[in-house]
Design a protein around this ligand. Structure first.
Ligand SMILES: Cc1cc2nc3c(=O)[nH]c(=O)nc-3n(C[C@H](O)[C@H](O)[C@H](O)COP(=O)(O)O)c2cc1C
Length: 223
């Protein structure tokens, strides 16, 4: 199989396979406030980090969802980490309910105040990024259907919350947080101690023309 992705998917596929190929995708559990103060939270898996100095993240919205309209109005958002323990709540916050419904309440979630932005984070999530909108970018659409027009929301991370229980030896204990990631179809993956592994950066030979893999525990350097 090798197909033209600008055309309709090949008949072999019952669904567009593309989201099963861009995997795993982290989930940004995005909270925003509207201009009139209505609170909103929803998961976004077209979400990722863009840079770490300064820190920028993005999420991409199909159509004109609340997480886009609100951020355009108020310029701030948070991204809480979606975890195994919060999978059911995360999913409920994706329900297409009326836009005056607060998904925090719908999913039985408590909010916790952010420090640097107005939208609160998901209190039970072990980590959250507090972000200020930099710009939105409307992507070219391939049809006239509103949901086929994506807008990328790019924000600078101005605050980072980490539950102290997940900081060990000066590092974030990702394996204990058990983050979840989106796969294709209705599938998800969990980051667990069993699915994690360490691989050091390669060591470059003295001649600068060869490289070898460095086995063993991390020596603490990024090369
Ligand atoms: C795990 C997960 C990831 C999702 N990722 C996206 C995404 O990247 N972009 C998008 O437009 N919708 C995505 N959705 C659907 C939205 O969460 C859903 O449409 C939600 O109702 C939007 O809420 P809002 O209107 O409050 O922003 C995702 C849903 C789930 C469950």
């Amino acid at each position: 199989m090798h197909y033209d992705a600008t055309e309709r998917r090949p008949d072999t596929f019952r669904h567009d396979p593309i989201k099963a190929l861009i995997v795993p995708r982290p989930i940004g559990w995005v909270s925003t406030l509207s201009a009139s103060g209505e609170l909103n939270v929803a998961p976004y898996s077209f979400f990722n980090g863009l840079s770490d100095r300064p820190v920028y993240v993005y999420y991409a919205v199909s159509g004109r969802k609340d997480s886009l309209v609100n951020v355009e109005q108020t310029g701030e958002f948070t991204c809480s980490l979606a975890t195994d323990a919060l999978r059911a709540e995360m999913n409920l916050t994706s329900a297409a309910v009326a836009n005056d419904v607060d998904e925090f309440t719908l999913a039985g979630l408590e909010t916790a105040a952010s420090r640097f932005v107005k939208p609160p984070r998901v209190a039970r999530s072990p980590a959250a990024l507090e972000c200020r909108l930099w710009k939105t970018l409307e992507m070219p659409a391939s049809t006239d259907r509103p949901q086929d027009r994506y807008t990328v929301v790019i924000g600078q991370v101005v605050g980072v919350y980490i539950d102290d229980a997940f900081i060990r030896d000066g590092m974030v204990d990702t394996r204990s947080m058990r983050p979840i990631a989106r796969l294709g179809y209705m599938d998800y993956a969990i980051i667990t101690p069993e699915t994690m592994f360490t691989m050091n950066r390669p060591t470059v030979g003295a001649d600068g023309r060869s490289a070898s893999n460095d086995e063993g525990p991390w020596d603490g350097s990024y090369r």
